[in-house]
Write a protein that binds this ligand. Structure first.
Ligand code: ASP
Length: 352
């Protein structure tokens, strides 16, 4: 098992937060030989945050045995994070997951689907500069995430959902994508308002934050990984489309369509899609645009897809669509149930 809790205690008090350290830039150091950034263990990070010692929180930590760059994150590790949260759910008021920013939107989206009836905060954060560097954004991101994970109104968590906190902004995780590899504000939520902004105070937009349902947590760990993302572009060739759609064992495809969900109307393309649907492959269209939504049938160029059985992903992000597809296929719903559940907002991932 790659991720075991080391249970190192950082502080004692009444609000309890579990920090799950997976790796990412926040915990990296420069390799003296190669100059490349490599993940290091959690003790090196916690040493950088003496500021936390002044807060009244009980903070425990738990770390991947081998912290990783998030480029190496896979559904296997997502399940590992979900297992930790499941095992420790009753013991903590909230969770902070330290994770690389590159694939954070995928992991956090996946966790949002896997954790049904989540009634506690799961705050993903990381940084663009390692914690050990003088100008690191890691300290602020980490400390604010702890505060958000512990924030309550009337003894009820204020943010009972999976979120991403980066550079003063709190977003619903399954609405985000990484859009900047240089700025401290690395994430954007194109189709949903931010949930909070941290200035002198943390200003919460409570009307956009999910409400707790007080039901028992259910953790779904079956994810179908035989899925693909098919990015359409002018000049795309039959051989490439067919190579993707005829991949052995393929169960689902997220098709990154043009604009409002449009695709080539060429006969060969539509035939390939129809053949794949007839073989039982679930195809969902999402937009290549970071804002706005797919509207099946608005144009002739999407009407045929709709008739062929392609499901419109509305304004969902690609990251979230992929995670939702793995989750729904993992639960082995039939074609009709899959389509109707995909078109329904399950965790606030799409507008109705
Ligand atoms: N490559 C790093 C990662 O995703 C980048 C980061 O953390 O910001 O692990």
């Amino acid at each position: 098992m790659q991720n075991t809790c080391l249970d190192s205690k950082l502080m004692q008090e009444d609000t309890s937060i579990l920090v799950i350290y997976t790796g990412g830039t926040i915990g990296m150091q420069q390799d003296l030989e190669t100059g490349a950034l490599v993940p290091v263990n959690f003790d090196n990070i916690s040493r950088e945050i003496p500021a936390l010692e002044g807060y009244h929180y009980n903070i425990d930590s738990c770390s991947f045995d081998t912290p990783i760059d998030s480029s190496d994150m896979n559904p296997y590790e997502w399940v590992g994070i979900a297992r930790i949260i499941e095992a420790k759910y009753e013991d903590y008021d909230g969770f902070v997951v330290l994770h690389g920013s590159d694939t954070m939107a995928y992991t956090a989206s996946a966790l949002s689907f896997m954790l049904e009836n989540l009634n506690k905060p799961v705050v993903f954060t990381g940084s663009q500069l390692p914690m050990g560097m003088l100008r690191s954004d890691g300290r602020d991101n980490f400390i604010a995430s702890i505060l958000i994970a512990g924030e309550k109104i009337d003894n009820t968590p204020r943010v009972p959902e999976v979120v991403i906190y980066f550079e003063n902004m709190l977003f619903r995780a399954n609405r985000t994508f990484k859009y900047n590899a240089e700025n401290f504000l690395a994430f954007r939520s194109g189709n949903y308002p931010h949930l909070a902004h941290a200035g002198i105070n943390i200003a919460y937009n409570d009307e956009y934050i999910r409400k707790p349902n007080f039901k028992k947590l259910i953790v779904h760990k079956e994810l179908e990984t035989n899925v693909a993302v098919l990015y359409l572009y002018p000049g795309i060739q039959p051989a490439l489309v067919n190579a993707v759609l005829e991949t052995e064992g393929l169960k689902g495809v997220v098709m990154k369509a043009f604009g409002a969900g449009n695709a080539p109307t060429a006969q060969w393309f539509l035939d390939s899609i129809r053949r794949a649907v007839a073989r039982g492959i679930q195809i969902v269209s999402v937009s290549q645009c970071p804002e706005g939504k797919v509207e099946p049938g608005k144009y002739q160029a999407s009407l045929e897809l709709k008739k062929a059985g392609v499901v419109g992903g509305k304004d969902i992000t690609t990251e979230s669509a992929l995670a939702k597809m793995m989750y729904l296929l993992g639960r082995q719903f039939g074609k009709d149930a899959f389509s109707s559940l995909f078109e329904t907002s399950l965790r606030g991932e799409m507008s109705s």
